[in-house]
Design a protein around this ligand. Sequence first.
Ligand code: ZN
Length: 205
Amino acid sequence: MNKNGIANYRKVEHYNEELQEKIRKNYKDIICALGDDPEREGLAKTPERVAKSMQFLTQGYDLNPAEILRSAMFKEDYSEMVIVKDIEVYSLCEHHMLPFFGRAHIAYIPNGQIVGLSKLGRVVDAFSRRLQVQERLTHEILNCIHHTLNPIGVAVVIEAKHLCMMMRGVQKQNSVATTSAFTGEFENSKTRAEFMRLISADLMR
Ligand SMILES: [Zn+2]
């Protein structure tokens, strides 16, 4: 159980009432401070909706990513590269609390154990549904897989657009930030090149 009183790695469907109320009040104050009227029709329920939305968007704090992986690990002799590409990423940058979003590509080379493929997506969610920076998100996913599955190597690449760059500040509308991290066999340039070639290929599109 966690601070929301929910068993680990279930989606936030029930909201912690006390937390909900605290966040709601604060958003009402923010609307006032911004100079609008939180009582007007369109805004009357906004603090409540935002409070629920923020709890949903930060539900990763209550999830245990290593537990998610451990729940679906199987003994298997397969020792070729396993790749899951185009995993959707939605996160909030911790500097501006604005979304950044894009795709993650993950590969690992099994060392006697494989993991249910959907769990890699769940691990991405568990780390991205928090206040984050893309660089740390990349390393947290990598380290979690590395330490839990103990594979011969792990590779993680994330490509994302940041609303804090697009809507404010430098207003660079189309720039994409790419981050990558590698362990083990992927530190070998030949293996890494093979991985990069496979995630760049339009195999099924
Ligand atoms: Zn930002």
